[in-house]
Design a protein around this ligand. Sequence first.
Ligand code: PSU
Ligand code: MN
Length: 306
Amino acid sequence: MEFNSHLDTAEEVSDALAAGRPVVALESTIISHGMPYPKNVETALRVEQTVRDNGAVPATIAVIGGRLKAGLSREEIEYLGRTGRGVAKASRRDLPALVARGADGATTVATTMIIAHMAGISVFATGGIGGVHRGAEVTMDISADLEELAHTPVMVVCAGAKAILDLGLTLEYLETRGVPVIGFGTDELPAFYTRGSGFGVDYRADTPEELAAMFCAQRELGYPGGMLVTNPIPEEYAMDKTVIDAAIETALADAKERGIRGKETTPFLLARVVELTGGDSLESNIRLVLNNARVAALTAAALSGK
Ligand code: PSU
Ligand code: MN
């Protein structure tokens, strides 16, 4: 942990950290850019409750008025959800300008990792991470989330990555950058809405204790980077692969036709997939995030005993 004059850690969070109790970081791009209002606010609060129910303190992370926040109030979560895309999507490169201007930002996986690490939080739960986009060999669109995983020592619990990305290239990139990819109860990389992608993961862990042991070993080795835990969506909430694949293909074609580029690409594709599948994909999305929050809380608890 490093003191940072731009960071505000909520009292409940700093108390827990000081006492060595488990804390789980949560991101805010998923609130402002990943889901529609009011489901986004409702989900963010349910995710926090799930973390609590599993024995840890939640710390939802965002930039508010130029301050880096580890732990938000209910009102701040409501504000981020209601404002939606009116809040800047903040990845690593956006933080300096937002801080200097006293602006607001919804933090991506990359930025949530940065702020969590500053606050001394080592476990973070989200839905899906950014990765190597399809066609990246031409566009060079590779999410800063992957570089952050290579740099910052935070465990990220996700449901894999959506097939809007090139999952094979995403795994290659993570391998090159030395990021351990662990399947939780699976040997296959989950594809967010579905439990499998056809791509194998490096290692499998079946309990939160095993995850904690791997993360501890990584720390003891003095590695600078993080660890990616991929936790498949519960079977009963998984989507039909043909339905979701068709929606993704249509969303990708629409993005191309409209010339969507840069940081707009991921939010555009996510919103389009929700539109194309009706409420189904949103319900799956919510369920998998809750499931990740549970595993992250149990793992943070296992880690706090070490
Ligand atoms: N993938 C999802 N849901 C999300 C995101 C990705 O299934 O909400 C968000 C996360 O905040 C992630 C960001 O960090 O999008 C990646 O954006 P980009 O590809 O522009 O780096
Ligand atoms: Mn990008």
